[in-house]
Design a protein around this ligand. Structure first.
Ligand SMILES: *Cc1c(COP(=O)(O)O)cnc(C)c1O
Length: 381
């Protein structure tokens, strides 16, 4: 099955009892058993729920995996991966990653004896130097957030395999439509389905997708033992959003390309971070491993003033000032005070995340209206 067909059909059958074409919302906490231990595969809804099972099968197919496991949020999914580790283990990750992922590693797990190190994995030399014995988990996010660097998945997964290091790729920024990390040898793919997968900014949800049965069993065990499960209504909303992922992400990527080129030529804009530019340092890697260049763009202002950034952020009308990304509507954000405020300023500056950096999540509105909105905001200040 090709991707667009999988979105709509993989793992999805009409409801056997009624023929309902849409997966029902099984709003139940428990399931009646015929005799002790004799049941239809469902015992208690923390452990399994039919709406969730359908979504899990669908997500597994979208990422070319065998097992999907759904969670209450993207960070709950990360938390389950972290619980595979033991005191003394070392995590290696990129120095430019989602602020909440950094916060969980540093502020929650360090006290349990799990150390994390953050380096620039988009530089092959740095990757070769740091992906070595002693690392237990390699945590990759690509494109990175918010600097839009690209990490070569084939390279880092290959290095990790040589040393028996578990690899988890946070594929939230790309979406399964653009990139499938399991194909490059990743062990686990993580999604904040809150973003492109559900696509309508109406649900918080997370997922892990794996190929290995033993790994899936361990993660299921952790989830059942610790309880971060999504509700059936949320699973229904994610399933509904998935059906249009290809058309949404395709249009968002087209809009983003137009906007990136427009900003690049704008007199008040300094640097535009967008992997679709031929001049982007990782453009070749992006072309190799992604089907398009995504719909996230960051840019810096020529004068580097936070006051100017604030003026721009306060003067768009179609781009809404908000955290998050991946919805049909365009959003504008200020990483230094919003999504990445939990990362210390010196660490932020080291990666290029200045106080005047602005991040866009480009939606699927008419691109001419979006460009006019940005031009108007940039004309202030
Ligand atoms: C939003 C996000 C997360 C966290 O997901 P939640 O659903 O908000 O818990 C993790 N990684 C990336 C890249 C994200 O954008």
């Amino acid at each position: 099955m090709k991707f667009a067909t999988k979105l709509i059909h993989a793992g999805i059958e009409p409801d056997p009892t009624t023929g309902a074409i849409m997966t029902p919302i099984y709003q139940t906490s428990t399931y009646v058993q015929e005799a002790p231990g004799k049941h239809k595969g469902y015992e208690y809804a923390r452990t399994q729920n039919p709406t969730r099972s359908v979504l899990e099968a669908n997500l597994a197919a979208l990422e070319n995996g065998d097992y999907g496991i759904c969670f209450a949020s993207g960070l709950a999914a990360q938390d389950a991966v972290m619980k595979l580790l033991n005191p003394g283990d070392l995590i290696l990750s990129t120095n430019d990653l989602y602020g909440g992922s950094f916060r969980q590693m540093r502020r929650v797990y360090e006290k349990f004896g799990i150390q994390s190190r953050f380096v620039n994995l988009s530089d092959p030399e740095v990757a070769r130097e740091h992906i070595r014995p002693g690392v237990r988990l390699l945590w990759v996010e690509t494109p990175t957030n918010p600097m839009l660097n690209i990490i070569d998945l084939e390279l880092v997964c290959g290095l990790a395999k040589q040393h028996g290091i578990l690899v988890c790729v946070d594929n939230t920024f790309a979406s399964p439509y653009l990139q499938n990390p399991l194909d490059y040898g990743a062990d686990i793919v993580l999604h904040s389905a809150t973003k492109y997968i559900s696509g309508h900014s109406d649900v918080v949800h997370g997922a892990l997708i794996v190929k290995d049965k033993a790994l899936a069993d361990s993660l299921h065990f952790i989830q059942n033992a610790t309880g971060a499960v999504p509700g059936p209504m949320d699973c229904f909303l994610v399933l509904r959003g998935i059906k249009t992922m290809h058309v949404r992400v395709q249009r968002a990527c087209q809009n983003a390309a137009r906007i990136a080129h427009h900003l690049d030529a704008h007199p008040k804009v300094d640097k535009v971070f967008y992997p679709g530019f031929a001049s982007h340092p990782n453009h070749g890697t992006a072309k190799k491993q992604m089907r398009d260049f995504g719909a996230m763009i960051s840019f810096d202002l020529k004068d580097n003033r936070i006051e100017h950034a604030n003026t721009v952020l306060s003067n768009t009308h179609l781009f809404s000032l908000a955290e998050s990304l991946g919805g049909v509507e365009s959003l504008i954000g200020h990483p230094a005070t919003m999504t990445h405020a939990s990362i210390p300023r010196e660490e932020r500056l080291r990666t290029g995340l200045t106080d005047s950096l602005i991040r866009l999540s480009v939606g699927i509105e008419d691109v001419d209206d979006l460009i006019a909105d940005l031009d108007l905001a940039l004309s202030h200040g």
